[in-house]
Design a protein around this ligand. Structure first.
Ligand SMILES: *[C@@H]1O[C@H](CO)[C@@H](O)[C@H](O)[C@H]1NC(C)=O
Ligand SMILES: *[C@@H]1O[C@H](CO)[C@@H](O)[C@H](O)[C@H]1NC(C)=O
Length: 342
């Protein structure tokens, strides 16, 4: 959708053309587990929606825990991708009676999936078409649940129907959750850094080992000298089905009825977690094939592709067993009890 325009807008920055991976991953599970920020904790503080390999677990130590070896399926289109990807869930907070309902998710344009998200691996920081794929054990976080500052270049929201065909997180998207009714849904976008220090699989804040090539958002081939290695730029899109929450009184003048699972009703704190788990060198092969044009979106012919039905069948039972509104139940509080902050 935005790709054609993004391509022309960014031409000159990217030598090798704009081929990228864009594919769907269905919901694996929805629960309060976070092996990156709260390893071993059951439950972790807030609800996540998780996609990818079914070895997702409370603890997934780098070097020790090998997702391709431990998984028996993945909810992603590419069947060699046992990575895990997760973000906060979104809840409707009734202005009438204060109860919460988890907002359902829907498939992105042109994709067949059951909830989950759309994952991108983009070549914006590649130099001469070359990028270094992540190493086993690699992980990172984009965004910050504790922030009260906007960061529109990397963490943004689109009110679907507000115009399409422009690059993600451009000036027509908002850092905050849209304050008007979005009948076509809200798309949350999370753009990860595209440069790596070349050494560390992780860092204490899960961020300092990677960097944006500029002030955030879509990258350029100019990685900083502290982080000289161009890596695939990962991006998530999450489609929230907000259409049924229709009542003019709930929107406008800065108001809107949605809140992220950690209590953020502004939306600046949306964040994404990434834990690499592609089998062997499959991701490197795909990245190397991007300039050839044989590897594009969900049709990369150097990768193994499974059917949408197989991907949707890959589910994992909750390990932190509780009602987080996974089936649309109304809840008296956000799971974990976060208070709502505007
Ligand atoms: C998940 O962790 C538990 C221990 O907490 C372990 O028994 C189990 O084998 C792990 N599952 C996978 C798929 O690694
Ligand atoms: C609370 O309000 C929402 C609409 O805002 C409604 O759909 C839901 O049924 C209400 N729940 C109760 C218990 O009244």
């Amino acid at each position: 959708m935005w790709k054609a325009l993004a391509a022309s807008a960014l031409l000159g920055q990217t030598v090798s053309g704009q081929a990228m991976l864009r594919f769907g991953c269905s919901q694996l599970t929805v629960e309060r587990v976070d092996p990156l920020v709260n390893p071993g904790q059951r439950p972790s503080p807030h609800t996540h929606q998780i996609i990818g390999g079914n070895s997702f677990n409370l603890t997934m130590e780098p070097a020790e825990f090998d997702p391709p070896a431990r998984s028996t399926c993945t909810s992603c289109t590419y069947s060699e991708d046992f990575s895990n990807y997760w973000t906060a869930s979104l809840y409707f907070h009734s202005p009438e009676n204060g109860t919460f309902q988890r907002v359902p998710q829907f498939a992105n344009f042109g994709l067949q999936q059951d909830g989950g998200m759309t994952v991108y691996y983009m070549p914006y920081s590649a130099r001469n078409g070359k990028m270094t794929a992540f190493k086993p054990g690699f992980r990172m976080i984009a965004g910050d649940p504790t922030t009260n500052k906007p960061n529109r270049a990397s963490i943004c929201h689109r009110c679907i129907g507000n115009g399409e065909g422009f690059a993600p997180c451009d000036a027509r998207d908002t850092a905050e959750l849209p304050t008007k009714y979005c009948p076509g849904g809200i798309r949350a976008t999370i753009i990860f850094p595209s440069c790596w220090n070349g050494k560390d699989l992780d860092s204490p804040d899960h961020k300092s080992h990677v960097a944006y090539s500029n002030s955030g958002g879509l990258g350029s081939p100019n990685c900083p000298s502290s982080h000289p290695v161009a890596i695939p730029q990962v991006m998530y899109e999450v489609m929230w089905d907000t259409g049924k929450y229709r009542n003019n009184a709930w929107y406008g003048n800065g108001k809107q009825p949605f809140v992220y699972s950690f209590g953020d009703a502004k939306g600046y704190g949306q964040h994404g977690d990434y834990l690499f788990g592609w089998k062997d060198d499959s991701l490197q092969k795909a990245m190397d094939a991007l300039p050839s044009g044989r590897c594009q979106n969900a049709n990369c012919n150097v990768l193994k592709i499974q059917s949408a039905r197989e991907a949707m069948a890959c589910k994992k039972a909750q390990q932190a067993v509780e009602n987080v509104g996974q089936n649309g139940e109304w809840l008296h509080e956000l799971p974990g009890g976060a208070s709502v902050r505007y």
